[in-house]
Design a protein around this ligand. Sequence first.
Ligand code: SAH
Length: 364
Amino acid sequence: METSRVNLLDYDSAALAALLVEHGERGYRATQFIKWVHQQGVLDLAKMTNFGQALRDKLNEIGEIRLPEVINCFESTDGTMKWLLRVGNGAAIETVFIPEMDRGTLCVSSQVGCALNCSFCATAKQGFSRNLTTGEIIGQVWIAARHLGQHPKTQRRITNVVMMGMGEPLLNFDAVVPAMRLMLDDNAYNLGRKRVTLSTAGHVPGIERLRNECPVSLAVSLHAPNNPLRDELVPLNRTYPIAELLDACKRYVAENPHEHITFEYVMLDGINDTPEHARELVRILRGVPAKMNLIPYNPVVGADYRRSTPEAIDAFRRELSKAGLLTITRKTRGEDIDAACGQLVGQVQARSARQRKAQEELRA
Ligand code: SAH
């Protein structure tokens, strides 16, 4: 009986309205419910004061509100925060908040583990367990928003969400899109389309669907300027090679002349970081409205890479900038709590000591 009740967090506004109508209620109650839960942070039906007893009983019969459970919350010396969340059956996921002067970015997971097996990524090393539900995805935002709202320090508000946590969001499209609709919803998190970013390893059919169904900002993990190298680093490239991927990117921004794709590029010493790689990158990105994000590699247990030197990163950036490509180097944040790009895994406890050791080695 318990388990047959739906999770009311799995529904965006339109889907919740349809569900309520199906049960003989008025559709606008969905908006009210979403405001209570996501704007006010209220989960207790008894506190939803514009709902009569009959409606509360009905909602209670239809479903319940199930959130991931906070196992632990870590705070980095640089202010970055990370939550480890239990999502049932021994599985855990991570969510990261990155405060900056003028904004606060929440990095959200879409899957438990990942199936794509990128050679430099910690999440890949744990394999794929399952997709997250919409409720588990938006639940990460709910938990972080509540927690930050109670935080004593100021400037701790979520102004941006990036789907850059664990997993490949486009391989969990049907759960990710309703969660992003709630992020965009004025009655929920009210983030503009430019403030919600989905990052993909390059799943072309998913990019096409996203363009039609929920065109948020798009980031693409490029990491290499040619197919042989990209095949090795991002095995999904063997299915959707660079030319096809870049065509999909062009179509994604075609209707909006002011928009661009953000390309992520992990800087791996001696692998993809020479000036020649930069020039090759300039050539392939000709005609693609692009911004480049260089990400200094973060050490991962089981991967045999080194971070590019600051000089190599700088030379690479200058080569791209010289060609007119807007390029920034992403600042590494939250490294001391294993919250940096590519370091997220579910089972932190067992791995943390080794990870820390790997980082110490890197700094030495
Ligand atoms: N699967 C999606 C979402 C993950 S986003 C994607 O691939 O885009 C996480 C970003 O961190 C991706 O750009 C990923 O390639 C990058 N990343 C993975 N491992 C990393 C590492 N060890 N150091 C730096 N960046 C890494």
